[in-house]
Ligand binder design. Sequence first.
Ligand code: CTP
Length: 406
Amino acid sequence: MTGSLNVVVGITGGIAAYKAVGVIRSFVLAGHRVQVVATTGALRFVGRPTLEAISRNPVHTELYEGVAEVRHVAIGQAADLIVIAPATANTIAKLAAGLADDLLGNTVLASTAPVVLAPAMHTEMWQNPATQANIATLRSRGVTVVGPASGQLTGTDSGPGRMEEPDAIVDAALAAVSGETARTPGDLDGCAIVITAGGTREPLDPVRFLGNRSSGKQGVALATAAAQRGAAVTLIASHLDVPAPNGVTVIDAPSAAELQAAVTDAAPRADIVIMAAAVSDYRPAEVQESKIKKEDAGDELLLRLVKNPDILAGLAHNARPDQTIVGFAAETAHGDDELIRIGRAKLARKGCDFLVVNRVGWNEGFARDTNSVVMLARGGTIALTESGDKLAVAERILDILLAERR
Ligand code: CTP
């Protein structure tokens, strides 16, 4: 995007409000005009003179100031871009509900400009289903959400909830104006997507299983994002640690065999199949009818395992030409080069259209809310590298799939 923009920087009442100064400064130095709309809460954290000096304009706070110039709508109508940094849980809830009880709410409602939010709050508040539902609502209306990043928070705690760094917010905001990341709610209308998520468990006896550490969060994030964008989603779920989103068809598939049966049944009706589930490569050769007892097994118990079928390779092999088949691979690689090398070999072996590769380890990858992925396209080219919360990663993966199908 070239040219000078009218940027509204909304600041709400959180400790990260001091970092909004950096956001304003970046826009001003890049030649854009900035109007600051601060809530009264924000001004407890950062001083009006600082904001006025850096933005080179008066700071707006009051709904009932400047009534003669109809300020409550004028600022929004003149905006080319609205960036709210930090966006508190309270503001996010108010925006999702369309409330207009302060100047910022009025400004957003009166504007047709792209809206970019940089949430900042404690991890528990960010992960609260109410906040997540509000974020999902706002995303479905085309609002761009940048961050939050993971790291040290205001107190001694750390986790997702830190406001993204000012430069990242400004970059994402300018990209949203230029349409690079602006997404149309409904851009997956009419698209049928089958997504597997979670980790299969292979029964050993009536009380034991062989399993893995997959939480299903990335697969659920894909299902959430795809459904919000209008896709008809079938989620084949294997022991999810998180609830399945509303508006998708959920089929439980506890073991690899059940997952294979469910996905084989659903795939013919799908435009896209995404195998995000961690499928057990092996299962016990025999499943005991009753609990294995120590007195029978003795000091050493040997398990004989047999290989499960490779579901992804089968789907890729039988795919229609108009179908897109996507695999995932979690690898314990040392560094990005090795990760990509392993990913390329696996992509070729599986024969799928895309492979989303991420690194895992004892303290990496599984069960977290953030992910860092490299998405390889057929032939091994890198289609995407993305880090962030799993929903943001899901959105970008869907962007790539949509672009490829178009
Ligand atoms: N997968 C599958 N069927 C299996 C095993 C895996 O469909 N029996 C799928 C997974 O859902 C994932 C992809 O294949 O999309 C890669 O899984 P991964 O376990 O990394 O692949 P493997 O071929 O089992 O390779 P490795 O030997 O590295 O485990």
